[in-house]
Design a protein. Structure first.
Length: 183
């Protein structure tokens, strides 16, 4: 385990403050849920909780189905990283932090559509240097009105355009996943 050199005391209510530097590095925001684990050595482990991460096997099957049906790169992300991807090398995307632009789409709770020559392509992963997508649909997954992730359909082929079909498929997928999380 990596030592940070920061020591904090537990207060009378059993609380401990996670230093700002660590929260910023790990992208932990006020209100974010954390899982608490212990191990055999008596260590207490805090892990950022991802409700979509709990559905990772389901998300994998869903992205594979979307890719087979539409032929577009298909991704599902939570508020921090790509949880599942199909149609692209997993090492390229899987478990990578999402870009600030994707975070803004999530915050807007509105679908984002890009086609080459109309607007600007949205970088998908953090610090993505060369955005090569020619078409994109990014639809937030909403649970009880809160954005918890997104369904993304992407293409790198020049002739591809995202139209009503892709938008409706992404919205349907996001709605279905959101309902699965509410159940």
């Amino acid at each position: 385990m990596k030592a940070t050199g920061i020591v904090r005391r537990i207060d009378e209510l059993g609380r401990v403050v996670i230093p700002k530097e660590i929260r910023r590095t790990l992208r932990i925001r006020e209100g974010d849920p954390l899982e608490i684990f212990t191990d055999r050595d008596g260590e207490v482990i805090l892990k950022k909780y991802s409700p979509i991460g709990e559905l990772s096997a389901f998300a994998k099957e869903y992205t594979e189905s979307l890719f087979r049906a539409l032929g577009h790169i298909s991704l599902i992300c939570d508020k921090d990283q790509i949880v599942s991807c199909s149609g692209v090398n997993r090492k390229e995307m899987q478990d990578k932090s999402i870009s600030q632009e994707i975070e803004q789409v999530l915050a807007s709770r509105q679908s984002y559509v890009y086609n080459k020559g109309q607007g600007r392509a949205c970088p998908i992963i953090l610090d993505e240097e060369d955005v090569t997508y020619t078409a994109q649909v990014i639809t937030p997954i909403l649970v009880e009105g809160e954005s918890v992730g997104a369904v993304l359909l992407l293409s790198r082929e020049d002739a591809t355009r995202m139209g009503e079909t892709e938008i409706k498929v992404a919205e349907t997928a996001a709605g279905f996943i959101g309902r699965q999380m509410e159940a």
